[in-house]
Design a binder for this molecule. Sequence first.
Ligand code: CTP
Length: 416
Amino acid sequence: MATPQLAGRHIVLGLSGGIACYKSAELVRLLVKQGASVQVVMTEAACQFITPLTMQALSNRPVALSQWDLREPNAMAHINLSRQADAILVAPASADFIAKLAQGRADELLSLLCLARPQHALALAPVPLLLAPAMNREMWAHPATQRNLAQARADGAAILGPGAGDQACGEVGDGRMLEAAELCDALIAALQPKLLAGLRLLVSAGPTFEAIDPVRGVTNLSSGKMGFAIARAAAEAGASVTLVAGPVSLATPLGVQRIDVQSALQMHDAVLALAAQQDVFVATAAVADWRPTAQAQKIKKDGSGRLPQLQWTENPDILAAVAAIANASPARRPFCVGFAAESQDLARHARDKLLRKGLPLVVGNIGPATFGRDDNSLLLVDAAGDRALPPADKLDLARTLVSEIARRLSEQGGGA
Ligand code: CTP
């Protein structure tokens, strides 16, 4: 089972008035499943759309509804709630609620606690405020709403979405609240340390597919999960991430720009077009070493038992080509991380790749033991020695790898 991502975290989930309140019920379940304790706070308008009873039952805590609630011993619910929180997420954030935040108004509990959240205090850790707007497309596009959003953002709030598509009112456009799973991922991301803030990171992931003819091809068992986990971890750490993905059926991590390719040559062209502008390149893709000369029409079997004659050509080594750019640049950018997928003798093969491709870091793993799985164990190999990362969820390993990369970049100078 994957590691709960919000274990020990306390989340204040605010609901303002909007039909998207129905999604917030699912959101509470997801946050609780990730190990968070959730304190729901609802405005009067939110109570028109979903009952506090539902939200209490799902969060297993009484919902906070009023700043005048005398059951708070110190009668300061806004202070207590905002001081206990690791993050405050307002979902849905209505146009009216965002307008209130922009003006610094505080005439009910939710806006009051947002205004009171620690942001500058020396003794208190800042509490991130995330807003998930939800409204009709005309309301969203209105200059007043856009002005208020810009102000809320300038005052330190992060805006999540909104999405586009069918709206409850029957219209189609921007303004849908993000789905519960997306909001949960965004919250997890907001709580990660920003180790790669301002940096650009490129990842190659998944297998490649080398066509034999229009209906057949050669590929391998790479699922792309490790590469996608690295893309997610790097985006969570504040990097601007591009993911060049071979044929896999995985969802694109939040905030990651994705380029889909099929063959090694397409992956090579996509990566090389971007490589020189990157701070980091992580090559997790299991690139086919050879490609057959593809036939224009399907090869037919003629019943004679003769095997088709395939002509093979070696594919370019994408990682070695990017490493050559880095080794020629005075800043030694991009910082290149190779993967070594082996079936035996991991440390020796990984070190051999480190030297052969001129890399500062190689991550070794046993391919057959990890292909398609959600966990892995890694061996980090560099000039200083080897370090084993014991079996763990791929996302946890990806976060450790991101911190290892960030440390090396700052040692090189100029890192985040
Ligand atoms: N790689 C690449 N382009 C290739 C082959 C490999 O970018 N044409 C990258 C992989 O993404 C990985 C590293 O090189 O980061 C090592 O890949 P691997 O398949 O383990 O090794 P190879 O270099 O192909 O060597 P061998 O087949 O001998 O193990």
